[in-house]
Ligand binder design. Structure first.
Ligand SMILES: *Cc1c(COP(=O)(O)O)cnc(C)c1O
Length: 404
């Protein structure tokens, strides 16, 4: 057993004549070496080859190769969750300095800021997601990293990544983009100026609600090595079974996205015409902040969007949401089943007020029959206007008043 050290990520040859279309699942903690000299050189294999199961298996390296290809990246590193990916990039880049997050950021990042970054001496600041090149006014010599999440969680602001990246780079800061909504099929963040493209693989890339994983893709070898070094210190590793499931998910990513995109657009347009709805936050609709930026930078949409309801709907909202039959109540979107998540955006903000005050429903279109989903929304929304006669505080105003 004398394996030469591998220098490039490559697919392990299958034994004998077994040539499968499915990627092989390689389990292993210990990796054995053929000689004392080889064992002595095992650290040479850390970034590319195999020295210990935690640092990579042929299955995880194959998944990383495929995600890097989708992102137009040179390198990818898969870690145990999307949140782990965000924390990894932040710790790897912002140590001893400041990091900027959009105010529309994935909410658990705020916990990262208070529970880990602050005690470690990393200052987190939150900025108006629509700031564009104006971010320059927030950049200081201490700013190491600027995060972009476009569109933002819940409130869906599409950010001007090229302008933000240009300003950050002029000030010597790195730029990380959380591309979970778009996936590399709808927007390759690295093509628009980001140094790191981060994906919560748990969402569309896997796409079946059964794997938790995150991915960081980069073009710069030094940044890749820095991520690997910090990831090793954090003890990150992923299971080969999970990697194989994600590779299965990738086979249908485009089909699933196309279907979810079409369904979501149909539902968004239907909802925009409803009197209970104040506005629909979907990047492909003009009512979404940053719509023109979406048209410029994205090759399409995915299936997640938000609906801002009129304030008067609040008291009846639980009954309406619970009447939905096709939409399950839950988070972690981007899979085969449609989801609804009721969200109050106001407490999520610290830099600028939320762009909406009414209750928000975030919808994730799954792969069900779009007509059934629309009918499901219609039967549930009918409960906003129960049969006449029982006037109470929550009664909707007359239809004529609410249609604009
Ligand atoms: C879900 C999500 C994450 C975190 O992914 P996990 O794998 O659940 O940790 C990060 N960013 C965005 C935009 C998300 O939607």
């Amino acid at each position: 057993m004398n394996h030469a050290p591998m220098t490039v990520p490559a697919r392990e040859p299958e034994p004998g004549d077994f040539r499968s279309l499915a990627p092989a699942i390689h389990r292993g903690s210990t990796v054995v070496f053929g000689s004392m000299a080889e064992y002595g050189r095992r650290r040479d294999r850390f970034y590319d080859g195999y020295s210990y199961g935690l640092y990579g298996t042929p299955t995880s390296r194959e998944l990383e190769r495929r995600i890097a290809a989708l992102e137009g990246a040179a390198r990818c590193y898969v870690v145990p969750s999307g949140m782990a990916a965000i924390t990894l990039v932040t710790l790897a880049c912002a140590a001893g300095g400041q990091v900027l997050f959009p105010d529309s950021v994935y909410d658990p990042v705020r916990t990262l800021a208070t529970t880990l970054l602050a005690p470690c001496g990393i200052e987190a600041r939150f900025y108006d997601p629509m700031i564009g090149g104006g971010i320059a006014s927030l950049l200081t010599p201490a700013t190491r990293l600027v995060w972009v999440e476009s569109p933002g969680s819940v409130t869906m602001e599409v950010q001007d990544l090229p302008d933000i990246a240009a300003a950050a780079h002029r000030h010597g800061a790195l730029v990380a983009a959380d591309s979970t909504w778009a996936t590399p099929l709808r927007c390759r963040a690295l093509d628009h100026g980001a140094d790191f493209a981060v994906n919560a693989v748990s969402k569309y890339l896997n796409g079946h609600s059964d794997v938790l994983m995150g991915a960081v893709s980069v073009r710069d070898e030094a940044l890749y090595r820095r991520l690997r070094d910090v990831g090793r210190a954090l003890g990150h590793g992923v299971s080969p079974e999970d990697c194989a499931l994600v590779m299965r998910g990738l086979e249908t990513l485009e089909l699933r996205l196309d279907r979810a995109e079409a369904t979501a657009l149909r539902l968004a347009r239907w909802l925009a015409g409803r009197p209970e709805v104040e506005t629909v936050l979907h990047p492909a609709l003009q009512s979404c902040p940053g719509h023109m930026t979406w048209r410029r930078d994205f090759r399409g949409a995915s299936g997640v969007f938000s609906v801002v309801l009129a304030a008067w709907t609040r008291s009846r909202l639980p009954a309406v949401v619970e009447a939905l039959r096709c939409f399950a109540i839950g988070a972690s979107w981007g899979a085969t089943r449609s989801l609804v998540a009721p969200i109050d955006p106001a407490p999520l903000r610290t830099a600028v007020p939320a762009p909406a005050t009414g209750p928000i429903l975030r919808l994730s279109a799954g792969l069900e029959d779009p007509a059934l989903l629309e009918a499901d929304l219609a039967q549930a929304f009918a409960l906003f206007r129960p049969s006449q006669g029982t006037a109470d505080h929550a009664s909707p105003p007359a239809v004529e008043e609410t249609v604009r």
